[in-house]
Design a protein around this ligand. Structure first.
Ligand code: ZN
Length: 153
């Protein structure tokens, strides 16, 4: 099987059967992010247990890349500390800036799990924002959640 078509299958699978979708309680922060160039939207809630991401719940609409990206991200961040999760987000950003460089993708394969399937998207600058929207929303929501929980203490 061609790598490219395997990646395509992973993205479509997350799009059709999104992991963790739905808005849940409790949560410390909720954000709404849009990618106006494509019409993608996501509403995301983050629930922290200390500085560990206990839950990320979301609803969204838009293209398959944007929605599959939230689902793949969900699998990567639950149970991680905010710092670790945002570190993974930085690596995903590196992948999205790789312009299809296979060596970059290879080096990130273990850490990014299914999210490595977005490697092909990095060749299409117009679609990179679709894939990054979920991670931008996570960064925003977890920063707000951390400041809410430190105010409460
Ligand atoms: Zn899109």
């Amino acid at each position: 099987m061609q790598l490219q078509s395997m990646y395509q299958d992973i993205i479509l699978d997350h799009y059709r059967n999104p992991h963790g979708r739905g808005l849940r309680d409790p949560f410390e922060a909720e954000v709404h992010h849009v990618n106006p160039t494509c019409g993608d939207e996501v509403t995301m809630r983050v629930h922290l247990d200390g500085d560990t991401i206990a839950d990320v719940s979301y609803e969204g609409q838009g293209c398959s890349i944007s929605q599959a990206s939230v689902s793949a991200m969900y699998d990567l961040v639950i149970g991680k500390s905010v710092t670790e999760a945002l570190g993974t987000g930085e690596h995903f950003m590196t992948l999205m800036q790789s312009k299809g460089d296979a060596a970059v993708a290879e080096g990130l394969e273990d850490e990014l799990e299914d999210a490595i399937a977005f490697a092909g998207v990095s060749k299409y600058p117009a679609r990179v924002k679709c894939a990054l929207m979920s991670w931008m929303a996570l960064k925003d929501a977890s920063a707000r959640a951390l400041s809410t929980s430190s105010e409460a203490n």
